[in-house]
Design a protein around this ligand. Sequence first.
Ligand SMILES: Cc1cc2nc3c(=O)[nH]c(=O)nc-3n(C[C@H](O)[C@H](O)[C@H](O)COP(=O)(O)O)c2cc1C
Length: 301
Amino acid sequence: MAKLETKIHNIVLKNPVMTASGTFGYGEEFADFIDLSRLGGIVVKGTTGERRQGNPYPRMAETPAGMLNAVGLQNVGVGTFCKEVYPRIKDIDTNILVNVSGSSIEEYCSVAEQVDALDNVPGIELNISCPNVKKGGMGFGTDPAMAAQVVKEVRKVYRKTLIVKLTPNVTSIVDIAKAVEQAGADSVSLINTLLGMAIDVERQRPCLSTITGGLSGPCVKPIAVRMVWQVAHAVQIPVVGLGGISCAADALEFLMAGAKAVQVGTANFLDPAVTVKIVDGLQDYCQRHQIEDINDIIGII
Ligand SMILES: Cc1cc2nc3c(=O)[nH]c(=O)nc-3n(C[C@H](O)[C@H](O)[C@H](O)COP(=O)(O)O)c2cc1C
């Protein structure tokens, strides 16, 4: 058996396969389909200071090779997460990471501080890249100075592994990655969704209530691989790659481009067991190619 273990800063992953925020609930919803302990990590839903209802329906639309969503960070809020959800999921034998979202620097810091107190959460993923909220969200992630500012403030209150999730909706993702690295990020994950739009021509209306939304799924993968490759060559901190991964070969592309770990998002909606199939596929690939340690192929391109 090949060694699949990788490391993101201080977090040891039993294999590089994690789930992407917003596509895997709190993990527990998938317990009937897969053995959650086989995952390298679970990134839970975007969590904000207060409970959020999200955007009005319709907020999902299919596209030929992916989907558009405008869920808008629907979640129970950090207080309920800590009190009610965390006790239910804290003993799952994998890394539970919380995706921290907000509309202001104060909100990001407050959520991060409350999550810092949870013993079994070794890190957070700071979402400065959500395209579906009116205030904050992607606004923080599209300007290097603002991205650095939010990371600097969160760094002051959060002591464990700080992963910053980047938006692809920028001219140079490398500039944003460098700025957050300098501000104290321990890792970056990329990509969040690409801003998109679809129109129902029969109804002569936009498909989403918010008109625009975030595009994800297989159609975004070549963009994501390109960005991961660019960022991995520009920063020293570990990169987590995601965007359109739905099989082991997709995950391998990201690893070869320089990602130390990957996340699987939209593919979970098509096949709730896709993540463990990817883990098995990585093991199979390593055996076929006589690779003893998955780290040997990370960043080979
Ligand atoms: C329905 C849905 C909800 C999402 N919610 C979040 C979220 O709360 N926080 C976040 O950082 N990303 C969120 N994302 C983005 C995904 O985590 C991921 O970055 C993106 O979908 C690209 O990966 P994929 O093509 O594998 O889905 C969401 C995506 C989808 C499709």
